[in-house]
Design a protein around this ligand. Structure first.
Ligand code: SF4
Ligand code: SF4
Length: 458
């Protein structure tokens, strides 16, 4: 009962309860146990264990639902969190099992009832709840990290073994060079190239990591969209999409972020909302699902989700303005799971790369197999993540391409660290940066609207 009381108090603090998070019975029953998903599952391929497969995990969820297995059985906990939530199983399932929401609901069930250690609670509350729910705080922390990178403090701490002693060595290995300036929503906007008709309007979803660590990639994406005839705005008051919270079973926290984002984009009609992070795009497209039981937001959440476009999807919706520069280079493509499996977007990124004169796209083996990033999986489960990262790096290195192109910040960090660990000097880049280079870079007209006084918090 103490657990239930804690949970209710927490939900009240978050401003409401939107329904019980348990795997939905009809979604669970869709599985006919055919096993066709097994070869697609990274954890099954690594372990060869039935329990580590989608079918095995669905069996466990069913057993908990039927009271044949205790929710707090360690096997259930282990399997729900060993899963990468990469959704490769969903993409190949002939019965259309919607696996993502099932594993997310199972984690939410565990989150509500599982006793947690103090350190675990602190990491979740500070890392996910306190930090990602406030864009101003996040920018300050990222600025401090950047200062540490630029001043050489990070390198010094690594060499002295301080990062290892603090348990931060893996995290540091994943962190790329941070953009010089965060992109603050409401402060910058890009004007459409007026020679392209008809003109379009797009709203950029800034995101937490993309708007800070990879802010220059968001600027590159906006320039490419403007070059293709779109006015691009970055609406103020938007926050993190909540994907990490959904992955961690923190559904109510995710819903608070979802409502904030829906409100932030409400005044822009039905303009497309363009996203440069595959993981964010997949989460934003599911706002309609996670808020379906919220009478105040169910309808607006559905409308909002219908406006979401991945950057490559948006550009693929009409004829591309031919890139102006020739780039003589060999590249390979790493498919982000939440682009290819969750959003089923695979052709558009390849079409965009093939439109660049001189560029040679060499396909790597297992391009769509998870690289091990999977939200914070590579931080909390480095062993399996590194095994998948090494496998990805070796496949990329076999192609002899000098750049690995992707469309998600998590993949960019994980594949970059895996390549370095395996002695490769190949770069990992976002497809927006590659396209921006092909259009000549930062020549597109940009308006600077304000200063960083805009402060979005929930
Ligand atoms: S999830 Fe789909 S593919 Fe996998 S066993 Fe069930 S029905 Fe078959
Ligand atoms: S989401 Fe990925 S790791 Fe999880 S069961 Fe499906 S294929 Fe396996």
């Amino acid at each position: 009962m103490a657990v239930a009381a804690d949970t209710d108090a927490n939900l009240l603090r978050l401003g409401g309860f939107s329904g019980k998070d348990i795997p939905e019975d009809d979604l669970l029953r869709a599985c006919v146990h055919c096993g066709m998903c097994l070869p697609a599952c990274p954890t099954y391929r690594l372990t060869g264990q039935e329990m580590s497969s989608p079918r095995g995990r669905l069996w466990l969820m069913r057993a908990v639902a039927d009271d044949r297995l205790d929710l707090l059985d360690p096997l259930f906990d282990e399997q729900m969190y060993q899963c990468l939530n990469c959704r490769a199983c969903e993409a190949v399932c002939p019965s259309g099992v919607h696996y993502g929401p099932l594993v997310e609901a199972s984690r939410a069930q565990l989150e509500q009832h599982r006793p947690r250690s103090l350190s675990d609670r602190v990491v979740r509350r500070i890392g996910l709840d306190w930090l990602f729910a406030d864009s101003w705080r996040l920018r300050w922390i990222v600025n401090l990290l950047r200062l540490s990178q630029r001043s050489g403090l990070t390198v010094l701490a690594r060499k002295m073994g301080i990062l290892k002693a603090l348990g931060m060595a893996d995290l540091e290995a994943l962190t790329p060079a941070i953009s010089r300036r965060a992109l603050v929503p409401g402060n910058e906007r890009w004007d459409a190239d007026l020679s392209i008709s008809p003109p379009r309007r797009a709203r950029l979803f800034n995101g937490c990591v993309m708007g800070t660590v990879f802010a220059n990639t968001n600027r590159a994406a906006a320039r490419v969209m403007a070059r293709n005839g779109s006015d691009v705005d970055v609406p103020v008051a938007q926050l993190c999409c909540g994907a990490l919270h959904v992955h961690a079973g923190m559904m109510e926290e995710a819903r608070v972020l979802a409502r904030t984002n829906i409100d932030a984009f409400a005044s822009s009609g039905d303009d497309p909302i363009v996203v440069t992070a595959a993981g964010c795009g997949a989460a934003l497209k599911e706002y309609g699902y996670i808020l379906k039981d919220d009478p105040a937001y169910a309808e607006s959440a559905r409308t909002f989700s219908a406006r979401i476009r991945d950057f490559t999807e948006y550009l693929g919706e009409r004829d591309l303005v031919p890139p102006t520069r020739t780039i003589r280079r060999q590249v390979t493509y790493q498919e982000p799971c939440h682009l290819v499996h969750a959003q089923r977007i695979s052709r558009q990124p390849r079409d965009l790369m093939n439109a660049i004169s001189g560029l040679e796209l060499i396909e790597m083996k297992e391009s769509s197999l998870c690289c091990g990033s999977a939200g914070i999986y590579n931080i909390v489960r480095p062993d399996m993540a590194n095994e998948l990262g090494d496998r990805k790096a070796l496949h990329a290195m076999e192609t002899t391409a000098s750049e690995v192109i992707t469309a998600n910040p998590g993949c960019q960090m994980q594949v970059g660290a895996s390549l370095r660990r395996n002695g490769s000097t190949a770069k990992v880049r976002h497809i927006a940066d590659l396209l921006d280079e092909a259009y000549g870079g930062a020549k597109t007209k940009r308006s600077v609207i304000g200063n960083s006084a805009q402060h979005a918090t929930r």
